[in-house]
Design a protein around this ligand. Structure first.
Ligand code: NAG
Ligand code: NAG
Ligand code: NAG
Length: 309
């Protein structure tokens, strides 16, 4: 009885253990892939890689297998502030984003080449960077300014060619920023400003020339007026001075004749000119106001005349 019971218990335990092992093996043989994954089975004990690319769902494989999993949807790679040299050897800074997806049908090739997703992504990024540098070097600075669309197309074409060899598709590419170095931008801006300033100056020139011409003509007219007035004033003054001088001379001549008459009668003898000189000196030295008389120096010339005769 007790022996039978013991055997029965042992059998039950064995059965339970076997059941647990079977369940364990079964559980270990089924693994799930989610909807955004594709994968290939890898037998970790036998080190054997599966040949079939599996999609979302529960799949049975050798006990204790693993999936080598890749995304089944497009993922993004972004390059921020990627620096490259363009055809003019000017440094360009790029922000580029694009979407990639591994070709599920070639997944075994990819895994043989890159082992797993980590290794694959690393190579994708290097290839992308290299494609961007290549495109960058094909465009000069002016083209970066004027032909951004063409640049984007070129980048996309180059990337597609490179990623084709990596069994990867590209879907959409965005070049969100193309920046030239700050120094270069500054130089461009100041050149633009200078160009505008020159245009403004050119537009202003006829107006300024007209203004200057008008001013010149005004000044010339003004000068004429001033000159005419000065000449007329001078003529008036000259005539007045002449009249005054004549009046004075006449007056003195009359006086002189009168004196001469007086003197002749008293026996003294003078020439009219000599007497006038004498008289002039006397009158001028007596005068309280300045007196202007137009006289030769008759005293001297008449003395010399007398001396020679
Ligand atoms: C990718 O797979 C296709 C067939 O599915 C095959 O024709 C092609 O050669 C493979 N490409 C590479 C690069 O292995
Ligand atoms: C891929 O393999 C490398 C080394 O071979 C390992 O360090 C890394 O964790 C693996 N990545 C994934 C996602 O399994
Ligand atoms: C004085 O005058 C008279 C007549 O004018 C003249 O004939 C005479 O020679 C004069 N005398 C002297 C000394 O000059």
């Amino acid at each position: 009885m007790s022996k039978k019971v013991t055997i029965g218990i042992v059998c039950a335990v064995i059965a339970v253990v076997i059941a647990i092992v079977i369940i364990g093996i079964l559980v270990n043989s089924y693994k799930k892939l989610s909807s955004d994954e594709v994968g290939i089975m890898y037998d970790t004990f036998q080190k054997v890689l599966g040949t079939e690319t599996l999609k979302e769902g529960l799949h049975r494989g050798p006990p204790g297998f693993e999936y080598i999993i890749f995304p089944s949807v497009f993922k993004s790679i972004t390059f921020d502030d990627l620096q490259c040299l363009n055809r003019d050897a000017v440094e360009i800074v790029l922000d580029v984003t694009y979407q990639y997806k591994v070709r599920a049908s070639n997944l075994t090739d990819v895994i043989r080449d890159f082992r797993n997703y980590t290794g694959y992504l690393k190579v994708l990024k290097l290839a992308g960077r290299s494609a961007l540098h290549e495109s960058c070097s094909k465009f000069n600075t002016a083209q970066f300014q004027a032909e951004r669309g063409a640049f984007q197309e070129h980048v996309e074409k180059t990337l597609k060619a490179r990623y084709n060899g990596l069994n990867t598709d590209i879907n959409g590419l965005q070049v969100s920023n193309i920046a030239r170095p700050e120094e270069y931008e500054k130089a461009i801006r100041s050149k633009e400003r200078a160009r505008e300033d020159i245009a403004v100056a050119k537009n202003e020139r006829p107006r300024l020339v007209t203004e200057a011409d008008t001013e010149l003509r005004e000044a010339e007219t003004q000068a004429e007026i001033i000159k005419d007035k000065a000449l007329s004033d001078a003529r008036i003054l000259y005539n007045r001075a002449n009249l005054e001088a004549e009046a004075i001379v006449t007056q003195y001549q009359m006086e002189a004749e009168a004196y001469q008459n007086v003197l002749s009668e008293s026996g003294l003898n003078f020439t009219v000119d000599g007497f006038l000189a004498f008289l002039g000196i006397r009158v001028i030295s007596d005068a309280s106001n300045p007196v202007y008389v137009s006289l030769q120096s008759p005293a001297r010339s008449s003395y010399t005349k007398q001396g020679t005769t």
